[in-house]
Ligand binder design. Sequence first.
Ligand code: AMP
Length: 692
Amino acid sequence: MAAPSEDTLRRALAERQAAADAQAEAVRALKAAGGASKADVDAAVEALKALKVEAGAAARRLQQALGAGAGGAAREELRQAVVNTLERKLFYIPSFKIYRGVAGLYDYGPPGCRVKANVLSFWRQHFVLEENMLEVDCPCVTPEVVLKASGHVEKFTDLMVKDEKTGTCYRADHLLKDFCKEKLEKDLALPQEKADEFKRVLAILDDLSAEELGAKIKEYSIVAPDTKNPLSDPYPFNLMFQTSIGPTGLSVGYMRPETAQGIFVNFKDLYYYNGQKLPFAAAQIGQAFRNEISPRQGLLRVREFTLAEIEHFVDPEDKSHPKFVDVADLEFLMFPRELQLSGESAKLMKLGEAVSKGTVNNETLGYFIGRVYLFLTCLGIDKGRLRFRQHLPNEMAHYAADCWDAEIESSYGWIECVGIADRSAYDLKAHTEKSGVPLVAHEKFSKPRKVEKLVIVPSKKDLGLAFKGNQKMVLEALEAMSEKEAFEMKAELETKGETNFKVCTLGKDVVITKKMVSISMEKKLEHQRVFTPSVIEPSFGIGRIIYCLFEHSFYTRPSKSEEEQLNVFRFPPLVAPIKCTVFPLVKNQEFDAAAKVIAKALTTAGISHIIDTTAISIGRRYARTDEIGVPFAVTVDSATNVTIRERDSKEQIRVDINEVASVVKQLTEGQSTWADVSAKYPAHVGPQGDQE
Ligand code: AMP
């Protein structure tokens, strides 16, 4: 039977509580009236007690459901266990720890570095190699002009509120989110309408403007969490780290907030390198920097992180993808904007249908969504805790055609780990305009085509005389007219000599006269079509993916004696920091020599491994490597014939010493599964396994 929903439990609690309150009132009335017999009063009190017990049980059921859901104590506990193991085993280290660290900055330690290298190497194989992408590596320090053109200097902001007395800064949307979540999780007496309202606010949080956020903060009387002081209105804070390039301090630069701009500014050269053919993709892996307002989600929200980005350039008139068929049958959780706005949950959908119904804007975008799904699940992300969420209208940049985030559920809730956006032609157009270098593609016609072209020629002199400082805005608005608008204007100018014209950037109408602009259609022979390509951008936050992978891979199991819980990371071999450990069972020359032979063969086969000769029990040594997720352990208990143990099943097989490296290689590279090798080699059920 399906568990009752949170709404049902909330309603049940409200009913039980109301019944108990009514009975309490009845008992009070009975006592106040004075005439009732002791037996009647006792019976009414007993009934009240029973109703209170029922209300208490309903409250516990709701509490349990909330605890098992978002933000529950179980999640907190899991996070603590994972984070403790990660820090103890040096997967990562808070940066500058001996100086008490800096919020939002972390180092990867030895096993963490290996996991990261494995994830990046698989990323290169799965995307760069598969699609023949052109990889580049651009500097982090970026001159201001580039980020002005891209819009980051003006708009790369988050909304911030300040504690009005202490000046401490908070992200406005995070405070509202925390408030609504806390109410939903902790306030058991919350009326159903209020619960619905808070859920709706959470669903549209990313869609709220500064004014709307400010209004909600006021409406709910949200105050500074640390001091309970009042908060300022939300205002934008630019997240880029500013610096200066060179000693004069005159040349402003920024640490790049994304790697994408390095690719856009190189478009012209990359297009030629690719033989002037579209579509093609460029890729870059590198550090990105964002001065987050109050980073507090551990490794998930940091101030410097590794991004892996793809810019796939495509003809805006043809966004089909020849390999879409390869992913069309994939089925996974999708969360289109209609479901979000109506308060529903993500649904399993076939990717092919999502594209054919227009839920996903085009095949190329759909292709990358499918490839991202395969990438994440191959790494070991749990399919049930991965969804693709479409951006809400306001959340999406105005120029974007469609945008989906791969979100992974962790103990912090659903986290955006990969953004997949159809950014249309925005970036290339912006850099073309700012740099004066046309970042365009050409389609050569086999035969020249006769075309009629709209030609709008504004007269700068007359516009200047009429509009002075506003001349540029009027001129741009005239040039941007559609064919229909231009011909309506031409007709009016010819009949009346002047016309009213709305200039959006000025926010008003101006009067245009005949001499200010000439509008005509010209016949031309065209040999090629020149256009600005659209770009589809999958952007991967590598640190976020890795952290979610840590949580999804972590589990505990009792030791043999059942006295303690042992930690295990069930990393697939692809991700595991070390693929294999070699344990001489006891210290003697013969076993040490055999271990060395095996280690040498593993090195030759390119399998990362360590020999552990510590004088502790084999069970302890297994537990130690399970804790860093090593998938296979070779135990040398004979000079000729050894065992290989699989981490999760703890099963062992017996293999000739000369075959060990090739068996482990097949297992780690995916040519054989554990079931395959178990069928081929004899199982080992000996004393050494019993010591775990
Ligand atoms: P965006 O350009 O904001 O869509 O970010 C691209 C990706 O970078 C996101 O999908 C995240 O995975 C990652 N990301 C963004 N901000 C941070 C951060 N502060 N810390 C870690 N990863 C981040």
